[in-house]
Design a protein around this ligand. Structure first.
Ligand code: HMG
Ligand code: MG
Length: 326
């Protein structure tokens, strides 16, 4: 008599497991490489190189690019050429170009140019930690909200979308662990002044999946799922896991940095964001649409890494470039 195999248990079939997860079918990535990625580079990167990087990212299919910051050049010298970079970009329809703005002076500088060079979106950036707020933007959380309020109003009146970044949403280099309640508190303040979208940022990359989910949950008390994003630095190698953990909550917008470039000048030792190449590789493997051409993305990462004379800080990029060369 032929041996009869036991039936494969239904609860173990991959289909059922995948169905249980509330995974989005599409993800939007914001490449923050030209801004977050380059802001910490010691040697000046010419505006022409920054512009070329933006062009290569849009050619690869990125539909949102964080281009630069209108901040004090004494604080972040690398971003002193913000106006030239904005004026040099060849705009592509369907692409949103964003810039960081800390105060009214920054906003005025961003819109001093002809309208064609204005950002489509500004990012006001606060922190869930008091100490980080002081170090990064030289004011308390309460003062930062007072500064942002007129900026948000002016931007929205000009038809510019407003995103908010919340630094240190899980941990702070000066205060240690940050409770989710503090993320909720800042998200509520941002919502109150009209910030339309909020990014939950793990500035120093200390977050692990459950902690990051709790921080995201706190933001979701004030913002809808379509108005939140994850911004995860990879200092402890957790950024891809944190991306997946929040993807499973239904979050479908993430910041990532080409070639894993970057760090924040006011968070010593913090490394770059999760590499765009790594996120795209993961999402493609999961059948989640990004609209990004991984091959062209590799070229963009190689372009900036060659300029900086280092390897891309992306495991997927290094492996794929090695395969290409073989
Ligand atoms: P302050 O010194 O308190 O400002 O700095 P102030 O209003 O007293 O002005 C002092 C000087 O700065 C004056 O010039 C102003 O004109 C000038 P002076 O009279 O001495 O010649 N100034 C400006 N110049 C150009 N653009 C401006 C501007 N504002 C004032 N917008 C300030 C306050 C916020 C300006 C300063 O602290 C600053 O620029 N900080 C920027 C910090 C920064 O860019 N950090 C990195 C980005 S945030 C980040 O990376 C985190 C994120 O990725 C999320 C995450 O990962 O956590 C977003
Ligand atoms: Mg950052």
């Amino acid at each position: 008599m032929a041996h009869r195999l036991p039936a494969f248990p239904v609860w173990l079939t991959p289909k059922r497991d995948i169905e249980r997860m509330k995974l989005p079918t599409k993800v939007k990535l914001v490449d923050v490489g030209p801004r977050d990625g380059l802001q910490n580079e010691k040697a000046p990167v010419p505006a022409a190189v920054k512009i070329e990087l933006v062009h290569r990212l849009q050619d690869a299919g990125l539909t949102e690019i964080e281009v630069t910051s209108f901040v004090s050049p004494k604080w972040v010298p690398q971003m002193a050429d913000a106006a030239s970079v904005m004026a040099g970009i060849r705009r592509q329809p369907g692409v949103r170009y964003s810039v960081l703005i800390p105060n009214m002076k920054g906003f005025e500088a961003a819109v001093a140019a002809p309208r064609a060079f204005w950002p489509d979106e500004i990012v006001v950036f606060g922190a869930a930690s008091e100490a980080f707020s002081q170090r990064n933007i030289n004011c308390s959380i309460a003062e930062s909200i007072e500064r942002f309020a007129p900026v948000v109003q002016a931007a929205r009146a000009a038809g510019i979308h407003v995103r908010g970044a919340m630094s240190c949403a899980v941990g702070c280099p000066y205060e240690g662990e940050i409770a989710p309640e503090r993320v909720g508190y800042l998200a509520g303040l941002m919502k109150g002044i009209g910030v339309q979208h909020i990014g939950v940022a793990d500035t120093i990359g200390v977050g692990t999946p459950r902690k990051v989910q709790r921080a995201m949950e706190a933001a979701l008390r004030h913002y809808a799922i379509d108005d939140v994003s994850g911004h995860f630095h990879d200092t402890y190698g957790q950024a891809l896991a944190n991306t997946l953990a929040t993807l499973e909550m239904g979050v479908w917008q993430f910041d990532a940095s080409i070639a894993g470039l970057g760090g924040c000048p006011y968070a010593k030792g913090a490394t770059g964001n999760v590499a765009t190449e790594d996120v795209v590789y993961m999402l493609q493997g999961m059948g989640i649409e990004t609209g990004i051409d991984l091959d062209k993305l590799l070229d963009a990462g190689k372009f900036i890494s060659d300029f900086l004379e280092r390897k891309p800080n992306s495991r997927a990029a290094v492996a794929l470039l090695n395969q290409r060369a073989a």
